[in-house]
Write a protein that binds this ligand. Structure first.
Ligand code: IPD
Length: 268
């Protein structure tokens, strides 16, 4: 058997706290260079890179044999059977970070044989921290989390996000135009990892986004699932780049069918 999820979580929390301190300090002192990546809307700061480097070094020092996949450097896309792969977003919500909006996070998950077993999401601006281990529940400040019990779509507050591809953004705009009259309201807060944690504690009833990367949803997805949410794709597929949908079990079928109806997975 691999290392216990609790042991991996302990490392993840320690490393994420150090990383959050660096992100916060660089935000206060000097954010460094800002560059664009895939499109003009897709930004990366020197802080993203510095935090990622720090986390990779900290993980290598503690567990030299593990694989690491990070947003900025890439890294290991697979790990040997039974081995640990860490999945890291050094700063999720980089645009918020750039603008000084306090909705960004360090997200770090540990995966074994393709299954996320431990995860932490920490907001450096507020100090909020969410954690989970597979089968061990989702937690924040020593409190066990339970997702919303909402079952009525028309009363659901739904979070979502926009990828950076302009054609995908245009399609998402059309999806939201159709959705907005069918749900209580829609939120786009700008950091998927945090959206998933807010859903885990019932501050959003549900969430969906097409085009998320593993580092955006690995830790938050486990936290939401451990808080009782269904975390999946459409048509019985697992959550992945085509679609990540989260909803309480009593709401999931209705949200799923609405997403299919409004063609949320369509477009580029
Ligand atoms: C982005 C944020 C955003 C989501 C995008 C992500 P980044 O991550 O999570 O909310 O809508 O799809 O790419 O680039 O800020 O790490």
């Amino acid at each position: 058997p691999g290392p216990a999820p609790e042991e991996l979580l302990e490392i993840a929390v320690r490393v994420a706290r150090e990383a959050a301190a660096t992100a916060r300090r660089m935000r206060d002192e000097a954010i460094g260079d800002v560059q664009t990546k895939s499109t003009d809307t897709d930004v990366v700061t020197a802080a993203d890179r510095a935090v990622e480097r720090q986390v990779v070094e900290a993980l290598r020092a503690r567990r030299p044999g593990d694989a690491v996949l990070g947003e900025e450097y890439g890294g290991d896309t697979t790990a040997a059977p039974g081995a640990v792969r860490w999945i890291l977003d050094p700063i999720d919500g980089t645009v918020n970070y750039l603008y000084g909006l306090p909705q960004y996070a360090v997200s770090l998950a540990a995966e074994v044989d393709g299954e996320v077993v431990a995860g932490v999401v920490r907001n450096p601006a507020t100090g909020d921290e969410w954690t989970a281990t597979r089968g061990g529940g989702a937690w924040r400040d020593g409190r066990r989390l339970t997702c919303s019990g909402e079952t009525v779509l028309g009363q659901a507050l739904v979070g979502t996000g926009f990828g950076y591809d302009p054609r995908r953004r245009a399609h998402q705009g059309q999806v939201l135009a159709k959705m907005i009259t069918r749900v209580r309201d829609i939120r786009r807060m700008g950091a998927a990892a945090l959206d998933l944690c807010l859903a885990a504690e019932g501050r959003l009833d549900a969430f969906f986004e097409k085009g998320l990367n593993p580092w955006d949803h690995a830790a938050g997805g486990l936290i939401a699932a451990e808080a009782g949410m269904v975390v999946a794709g459409l048509g019985g597929a697992p959550a992945g780049p085509d679609m990540v949908v989260l909803a309480p079990p009593g709401l999931f079928p209705a949200l799923h069918d609405l997403l299919v109806e409004v063609d949320a997975a369509g477009g580029p």
